[in-house]
Design a protein around this ligand. Structure first.
Ligand SMILES: *Cc1c(COP(=O)(O)O)cnc(C)c1O
Length: 244
């Protein structure tokens, strides 16, 4: 991938984000593009950096421990996002590598991340991964039918209440992955559901949860229409012939 082809792809994505924002009277400045660079080598990330991208996402701790330190010299102002599942025994590796964690999916992990972040000057920014649809998602807090199923809701509220108490985490909001479907319209209820859950949590806990991390290559225009503040995009940036 050359700098130019990445720049082309990014321009196309930003235009689609702007169009989705316009349809909902949102400002495009309220949507952050995170380039998911997993499996791509350092020189490709440098090309994307040169193309103007500053937010990058990785999904494996091992891979990130090779790539993130190596890029500190050439691309010092990258904001690194962790978007993949974290085994709680790897928690200590997270704060030195990442600025934002999207994939907090258990209280145990949250507690360990809070301990690991203790020495940092600021709390670690995190989002809570939510399993809204029950279909594809392997990870995430169960929120299936949260508005009607009291048991699901009680458990979820208890987990989130405990996480909000942790001293060294800054809980910025919620993250989800929609199931893979042919028609991206079919993802809308998942994204709308995450936004509704966020609204209810904000109200019940009197805690600001400004961010919704949702939307990938297949479905980001719908996610932005439903309120995404962060989209996590890999293929549409790093594939030469993406046609979205
Ligand atoms: C890979 C990945 C993405 C990006 O997916 P694309 O379909 O390549 O845009 C986003 N979020 C997570 C959690 C991922 O693992």
């Amino acid at each position: 991938m050359t700098v130019l082809s990445i720049r082309d792809n990014v321009e196309h994505i930003l235009a689609q984000i702007a169009a989705a924002c316009a349809r909902r009277n949102r400002s495009e400045d309220d949507v952050q593009l995170v380039a998911v660079s997993k499996k791509h080598p350092i020189n490709v990330i440098e090309a994307a950096y040169e193309a103007g991208l500053r937010h990058f996402g990785e999904n494996r701790v091992e891979e990130a421990s090779d790539k993130v330190p190596a890029l500190r010299e050439t691309a010092p102002d990258i904001v690194w996002h962790m978007v993949g599942h974290i085994q709680s025994r790897k928690s200590r590796d997270i704060p030195p590598l990442f600025d934002v964690v999207h994939s907090v999916d258990s209280f145990k992990l949250a507690r360990r991340l809070s301990v690991a972040a203790e020495g940092k000057t600021a709390p670690l920014d995190v989002m809570l991964e939510i399993n809204i649809s029950g279909e594809r998602a392997k990870y995430g807090f169960d929120a299936n039918d949260w508005s009607t199923n009291i048991a699901v809701r009680d458990k979820l509220w208890q987990n989130i209440g405990q996480i909000l108490e942790l001293p060294h985490l800054n809980v910025r909001g919620l993250m989800t992955m929609a199931p893979f479907v042919d028609d991206m319209e079919a993802t809308r209820p998942v994204f709308a559901g995450l936004a509704a859950l966020r609204d209810q949590l904000q109200q019940d806990f009197s805690a600001p949860l400004p961010d919704l991390s949702m939307g990938m290559t297949n479905d980001f225009p719908v996610a932005v229409e439903e309120g995404a503040t962060i989209v996590r995009i890999g293929r549409a940036i790093f594939s030469p012939h993406e046609t979205t």
